[in-house]
Design a protein around this ligand. Structure first.
Ligand code: ADP
Ligand code: MG
Length: 749
C-alpha cells in the first residue's frame, strides 16, 4: 500500500529473509513499541497472527454499510468535493480553518470535517483532499445536524501529490482486496498492513502444526500460503481457502489439548466403586415413588458403569431444569456410599445447597439417619456445610465429614476450604457447571486422598454439542432430554408496559387470584435495592435512566398496595443466611403466599405448589436465565404461568429476546438463541479465556465440521504420540495454550 502521509521508517534488514521469531521492530520499525503496547505482539510471528477484520473489495468501494454513530470505522472513499471555511476562533483569538470534505463510496457518502489552526496546515490538507483523490479514513463516527461525519479522522491518501494519472497509478498498486486490520486509536490499520506486508515478504519459514498427510487428506493449504492468502488475497476464494486452513489449525490445537487431557485422565487410576447388593441404593430404589424415565435409567447405567471402572469418571450430565438430574446424581452418591466412600455435592449458592440438603434428606427418609436412634440400620448421614454456618454446627459437620459418618456431604464452595477433610472421598457431584471453573473442580478432586475421586458435573443450561466439545472436551457427556411424565406446561406471556401501562395492575390481580386458589407466586426483581446492579444488564439495552425494580422497594410497595393482606416475604443474597433459609422453608411449607426475590431462586429451588412467576424488568435477564427462572413454576403437576414484565419498546433486541422465551420451552433452542447473541468469549466462559484468545477464525457455533474433524485427527495424533515428540510445532502451540490458561488461573486465584 502506498504511503505518503506517514512513513514508518523501519530498520530495513540486510538479509532478505528473517525468522518467525524475529523481533517485531524488524518489520514495524518505530511503530513497534505502540503495536506491542496495543496488542502484546513481540515477534514477527505474533504480528502475522493479526488477521484482517475484513477485506474491502477495491472494485466496489462499498464500505459505508456498517457505519453507525460512536463506532470507530475505517472507510475507503473518493473525495467528491472539499471546501475550506476560515472562521474566527473566539477562544484563541484569530482565524482557524474548517475543512469539509465529502467522500463517496459506491452506495453512500460520508462527511469528513477537519479543524486546523495554522493556515499552512489547512492549505496542505486542502491539497491532500482534492476532489478525485482516494484514501483510507479512520475515526469515530459522530453526527452533526443529522448527518454522519468523521471529525479529524486519521487519513491515508492513496498516491502522492501527482496529477490524476499518478493517483490512478497508486490506486492500481492497491491489492484487489484491501485488508482492514483491527486497529486502535494509537495504531492505524494501514500501519499494521505495512508491517505485515513486509513480514510476508521476508518470512520464508512458517511453522506447520498440521502433519503433512492430514493437510493433504483434508485438502488444506500449506501454512505459509494460507497466511499470505489471508493477508493479501487476490480473490475471495483465496481468502476462503486461507481461512479454512487457519481455522482448522485453531480447532486442531484446541482439540489436541483436550485429547491429551483425556489421555491423561485415562491413565489415572481410581478406586472402583461398585457398591453391594441390598445396600442403600437398592433400598432407595425400592422406595422411590416413581419410575425412572428411560433417559434416567440409561444415564444412571452409564454413570454406575463409570464408577465401577478403574479410572476417574469425568462426566457432564445436562438436562433441563426438572429433568431429574438430581435423582441420577443421588443414585450415584448412594452407590459410592455403598462402596465405603463418601460423596460430595457442590452447589453454586447457599440457598441451593440448603435446598439440596432438604430434598435429599427427604428423599432418603430414614436411610439418612444412620447412627441415630430410630435410623435405618446401616443408613448414612447427610451433612451440610456452608460458609455461614454457626461455629457449633460447623464443627459438628466437619467432624462427620472427617470421620466418614456423613456419607453424603452437601455444600457450597466452603467445601473447597483446606480445613475440610474427608475420610474417603469417592465422588464429587458439581451442580451447575457454569458457576464453577475447572480450577474448583480440581481443588475438590485434590481432596480425594490416595486416588482422585470420580466427578459428575450437572448443568441445566443445555450446551450445544460443539461448545461441549470445545470447552468440556475432556468430559464425557450425557443428556436427559425428556421431562418426567406429569410435568405441566408453563405458559409464558410478555407484559409490555410501553404498549399498555395498566397491564401491571392486571398482572397483580392475577397474582391475587392465584393465591386465592391456594397457590404460591414468585415475583422476581433484577436488583436488591439501593444502588446495586447485579450485572444482569444485556447488550442492546435501552432506557438506562429508569431504575430497575428492586426487591427492597417492590416488596413493601406491594404489601401495602396491590397485594395487601397476602403473606409476602423478601428473599435476596444480602439477607443473613439463616434468615434466607427460614424464608425458603416457610415458602416451601406454604406459609408464604408471595415471595419477592432476586435470582437467588434461579437454580434448583423446588416448590411444587408455586404456580406463577412474575419477572419484573425481564429484559434485564438473559434468555437462558429467564428459562431457568420460569422452571421454578409448574413443577407439581399444576400448570404454570410466567409473566415477563418489561418497559422495553417494541422492536428492540430486548423485546425479541423476551418473545423468543415466550415462544418456546425448548431449552436447547433457547440456549442457541442466547449464545448467538453473545460474544464468542462469553460462550466459552470466563475460565476459558486462554482458549478463547487462541480462537480467531473458529466460531464454535458455526464451524461444527471443523471441530468434529479436528477432534478425530487430534485424538489419532495423541494416541500415537502422546508427548507430541514427533510434532514439535504442534507441541509448541499446545504449550502456549496451556500457558495462557495457566495465566488465567493464576490471575483469578
Ligand atoms: P433437576 O435436578 O434436573 O432440575 P430434579 O432431579 O430435581 O430435576 O427433579 C425434579 C422433580 O421431578 C423432583 O421433584 C423429582 O422428585 C421429580 N422426578 C425426578 N424424576 C422423576 C421421574 N422419573 N418421575 C416423576 N418425577 C420425577
Ligand atoms: Mg436440580
Amino acid at each position: 500500500m502506498a504511503r505518503t502521509v506517514e512513513s514508518p521508517g523501519r530498520e530495513r534488514p540486510l538479509a532478505s529473509t528473517i525468522g518467525w521469531d524475529a523481533r517485531l521492530a524488524t518489520v514495524a520499525g518505530r511503530h513497534a513499541p505502540k503495536i506491542e503496547k496495543a496488542f502484546g505482539y513481540r515477534t514477527v510471528g505474533d504480528l502475522l497472527g493479526h488477521y484482517p477484520r475484513r477485506w474491502v473489495d477495491k472494485g466496489s468501494l462499498s464500505d459505508l454499510g456498517d457505519v453507525e454513530p460512536d463506532l470507530h470505522v475505517t472507510v475507503i472513499g473518493r473525495v467528491v468535493r472539499s471546501r475550506q471555511h476560515p472562521y474566527s476562533d473566539r477562544r484563541r483569538g484569530g482565524l482557524a480553518y474548517r475543512l469539509e470534505a465529502v467522500v463517496a463510496t459506491e452506495d453512500a457518502q460520508l462527511m469528513l470535517t477537519f479543524f486546523d489552526k495554522a493556515q499552512h496546515t489547512a492549505d496542505w490538507r486542502l491539497g491532500q483532499l482534492r476532489p478525485g483523490r482516494s484514501g483510507l479514513f479512520s475515526g469515530k463516527v459522530g453526527t452533526f445536524r443529522g448527518t454522519l461525519q468523521l471529525v479529524n479522522p486519521q487519513t491515508q491518501m492513496f498516491g502522492g501529490e501527482g496529477d490524476e494519472a499518478a493517483v490512478a497509478a497508486e490506486w492500481e498498486k492497491l491489492p484487489a482486496l484491501i485488508p482492514i486490520y483491527p486497529a486502535t486509536s494509537t495504531v492505524q490499520s494501514w500501519q499494521l498492513a505495512d508491517a505485515i506486508e513486509l513480514a510476508l515478504d521476508l518470512v520464508h519459514e512458517v511453522p506447520e502444526v498440521l502433519p503433512e498427510e492430514v493437510r493433504r487428506t483434508h485438502d488444506l493449504l500449506p501454512a505459509r500460503q494460507a497466511l499470505r492468502w489471508l493477508h493479501r488475497p487476490d480473490s475471495w476464494s483465496e481468502k476462503g481457502a486461507a481461512e479454512k486452513r487457519l481455522r482448522f489449525d485453531e480447532a486442531f490445537v484446541t482439540q489436541t489439548v483436550l485429547a491429551q487431557r483425556r489421555q491423561e485422565l485415562r491413565a489415572l487410576e481410581a478406586e472402583p466403586r461398585s457398591g453391594r447388593p441390598g445396600g442403600l441404593l437398592d433400598r432407595f430404589d425400592e422406595r422411590l415413588p416413581f419410575e425412572l424415565t428411560a433417559g434416567q435409567q440409561q444415564v444412571s447405567r452409564a454413570v454406575l458403569d463409570d464408577l465401577a471402572a478403574g479410572h476417574p469418571m469425568h462426566r457432564l450430565l445436562q438436562g433441563e431444569v426438572g429433568s431429574g438430574k438430581t435423582v441420577v446424581a443421588l443414585r450415584a452418591m448412594l452407590r459410592v456410599v455403598d462402596s465405603g466412600a463418601q460423596a460430595a455435592l457442590l452447589a453454586p449458592t447457599e440457598v441451593l445447597a440448603q435446598q439440596h440438603h432438604r430434598s435429599i434428606t427427604a428423599m432418603l427418609g430414614d436411610l439418612a439417619t444412620g447412627g441415630m436412634l430410630g435410623g435405618a440400620e446401616d443408613g448414612t448421614r447427610v451433612a451440610l456445610l456452608t460458609g455461614s454456618m454457626g461455629a457449633a454446627a460447623r464443627r459438628e459437620a466437619l467432624l462427620d465429614v472427617a470421620s466418614g459418618a456423613a456419607g453424603v456431604v452437601i455444600g457450597t464452595h466452603a467445601l473447597l476450604e483446606d480445613k475440610v477433610r474427608f475420610a474417603e472421598l469417592g465422588l464429587v457431584v458439581v451442580d451447575e457447571q457454569h458457576r464453577f471453573g475447572v480450577e474448583q473442580r480440581a481443588a475438590l478432586a485434590a481432596k480425594g486422598g490416595r486416588t482422585p475421586p470420580h466427578v459428575l458435573v450437572m448443568t441445566a443450561t443445555p450446551i450445544p454439542r460443539t461448545v461441549a466439545m470445545t470447552v468440556f472436551g475432556d468430559l464425557e457427556t450425557s443428556t436427559l432430554s425428556e421431562l418426567p411424565a406429569g410435568r405441566a406446561p408453563i405458559q409464558t406471556t410478555v407484559v409490555a408496559l410501553v404498549d399498555q401501562p395498566s397491564w401491571m395492575e392486571r398482572a397483580l390481580v392475577r397474582v391475587r387470584e392465584e393465591v386465592e386458589r391456594g397457590h404460591q407466586v414468585y415475583i422476581v426483581c433484577p436488583r436488591i435495592g439501593g444502588d446495586d446492579n447485579d450485572g444482569t444488564q444485556q447488550p442492546g439495552d435501552v432506557d438506562d435512566a429508569k431504575p430497575m425494580a428492586a426487591v427492597e422497594e417492590v416488596a413493601p410497595e406491594l404489601a401495602e398496595g396491590a397485594l395487601h393482606g397476602l403473606r409476602l416475604e423478601m428473599l435476596h443474597g444480602r439477607l443473613p443466611p439463616d434468615r434466607k433459609d427460614q424464608v425458603m422453608r416457610r415458602f416451601a411449607a406454604g406459609e408464604v403466599d408471595v415471595l419477592v426475590s432476586t435470582t437467588v431462586i434461579e437454580v434448583g429451588v423446588d416448590v411444587a405448589n408455586a404456580t406463577m412467576m412474575v419477572i419484573l424488568d425481564a429484559d434485564r435477564f438473559g434468555v437462558s436465565q429467564l428459562h431457568q427462572l420460569r422452571g421454578r413454576v409448574g413443577r407439581g403437576g399444576l400448570p404454570g404461568l410466567c409473566l415477563l414484565v418489561t418497559n422495553a419498546p417494541a422492536d428492540t433486541p430486548a423485546r425479541e429476546r423476551l418473545a423468543a422465551v415466550a415462544a418456546t420451552t425448548d431449552g436447547f433452542e433457547l440456549s442457541r438463541v442466547d449464545l448467538e447473541q453473545r460474544r464468542e468469549g462469553d460462550v466459552l466462559g470466563v475460565s476459558q479465556s486462554g482458549r478463547r484468545s487462541s480462537l480467531r477464525l473458529l466460531h464454535v457455533l458455526q464451524h461444527e465440521d471443523d471441530i468434529v474433524e479436528a477432534r478425530a485427527v487430534a485424538t489419532a495424533v495423541v494416541a500415537e504420540d502422546p508427548a507430541l515428540e514427533r510434532h514439535p510445532q504442534l507441541a509448541k502451540q499446545v504449550r502456549r495454550l496451556h500457558d495462557a490458561e495457566q495465566a488465567d488461573y493464576l490471575e483469578k486465584a
